[in-house]
Design a protein around this ligand. Structure first.
Ligand code: ADP
Length: 228
């Protein structure tokens, strides 16, 4: 569950009110698009959700943690409850596809046996089982992002945050990236996808949260064009 209650973020350096009395509640298992023009406050919102910063006012709850009150010692466990997908993929260039996914499992102390089973499972899910031995440079943008999604899902997080995941890939392939995130969502993981691609949002529909000048100006469900 993700909840923001009366959240303000005020950047003292610039004097900007980046978020202004934001109230959002996202239940477990939802898929939500977060949209808004540049400067609307999307990145600030994500920084709150990953505990990179605290709000000036208000409260933020993610995956059962009250982030304003969270002890430092809980931070690693909290971070592991979130899978991140980035616009620029952030794969490790000198590791194979398999190793890129295995790496996040190793650093979270999963057993070798678990890793041997889990990595092929998630690579299969993103339809990249046959590219396990390839390096990121040998993949297309779309394929790299599929690895990024496999990596985010490998630890079976309660929440996946995808920050402009289609921003660096061929627009034709953007749809399959969203479909993959939706497949993962069907496995029970909550997915928040930040995007400024209106066509994608209109096509898929669902719950849309629109930020404008730091305020939620729309939070509702729309019908997708793909639903006829
Ligand atoms: P978005 O991700 O939607 O483009 P941001 O959250 O990055 O929006 O920015 C919201 C507002 O806060 C903008 O006016 C931006 O200039 C300002 N802002 C963002 N980060 C900082 C910062 N570290 N210091 C000062 N102002 C910032």
């Amino acid at each position: 569950m993700v909840e923001l209650k009366n959240v303000d973020v005020h950047y003292r350096e610039s004097g900007v009110e980046a978020l202004n009395d934001v109230n959002i509640r996202i239940n477990d298992g939802e898929f939500v698009f977060i949209v808004g023009d540049s400067g609307a406050g999307k990145s600030t919102l994500l920084k709150l959700l990953t505990h990179e910063m605290l709000p000036t006012k208000g409260r933020v709850f993610v995956n059962g943690y009250n982030l304003s009150k969270m002890k430092k010692s809980k931070l690693p466990k909290f971070r592991r409850s979130i899978g991140m997908v980035f616009q620029d993929f952030r794969l490790i260039p000198n590791m194979t596809v398999f190793e890129n996914v295995a790496f996040v499992l190793r650093v979270t102390d999963r057993s070798k046996k678990f890793i041997r089973q889990r990595v092929p499972y998630v690579l299969n899910l993103v339809k990249l089982a046959d590219r396990a031995k390839s390096y990121p440079s040998q993949l297309s943008g779309g394929e790299r992002q599929r690895v990024g999604i496999a990596r985010a899902f490998a630890t079976d997080p309660g929440l996946i945050i995808a920050d402009e995941p289609t921003g660096n890939i061929d627009p034709r392939l953007s749809y399959e990236i969203v479909e993959l995130l939706m497949d993962i969502n069907k496995c029970g993981t909550t997915v928040l996808m930040v995007t400024h691609e209106h066509d994608l949002v209109q096509y898929f529909g669902g719950r849309i949260i629109n930020l404008k000048d730091g305020c939620v100006v729309f939070d509702d469900y729309i019908q997708g064009k793909n639903e006829g």
